[in-house]
Design a binder for this molecule. Structure first.
Ligand code: FES
Length: 140
């Protein structure tokens, strides 16, 4: 092996080692969730409660809406439904370790939609939820 090949092989080894060290940290940053697509009927969304048996966080994609809705099960009777639209400059939010984050300017919101890091100042839009016949009803 000549000097050039040795340096190239060493760099590749270092890159693989760095990636292996960072991977657990990166995967630990995003929570587990499922995506559920639906349509609104009479200003309501209906989600089967069985969805939450698989995953307490559902990202609801509603036909005709520009932003998804994050629905978090708190317990069997309580759910939080938040519009994933950043209140700073309308960027789409993504689930993060302890809530939702904005990639545009770095705002972070907790699981109740309250700002935990600016520049956003206002809480996320929250929708009313009720339970009826094994469905979670979200009024939008
Ligand atoms: S648009 Fe989200 S922080 Fe600016």
């Amino acid at each position: 092996m000549n000097r050039k090949d040795f340096i190239k092989a060493s760099c590749n080894f270092c890159l693989l080692g760095t990636a292996a060290m960072l991977l657990p940290n990166l995967t630990g940053c995003s929570p587990s969730y499922s995506v559920f697509s639906t349509e609104k009927k009479n200003n309501e969304l209906q989600l089967p409660l069985s969805l939450f048996e698989k995953n307490p966080l559902q990202i609801v994609r509603v036909k005709g809406m520009n932003f998804d809705i994050a629905v978090q099960q708190k317990d069997k009777e309580n759910y939080t439904a938040l519009l994933l639209q950043c209140t700073h400059a309308d960027n789409e939010l993504v689930p993060a370790q302890s809530g939702y984050s904005c990639s545009l300017h770095g705002s972070q919101f907790n699981q109740d939609g309250k700002v935990i890091k600016g520049p956003a100042e206002a809480s996320l839009k929250k929708y009313k939820t009720t339970i009826s016949n094994n469905y979670l009803i979200i009024t939008i």
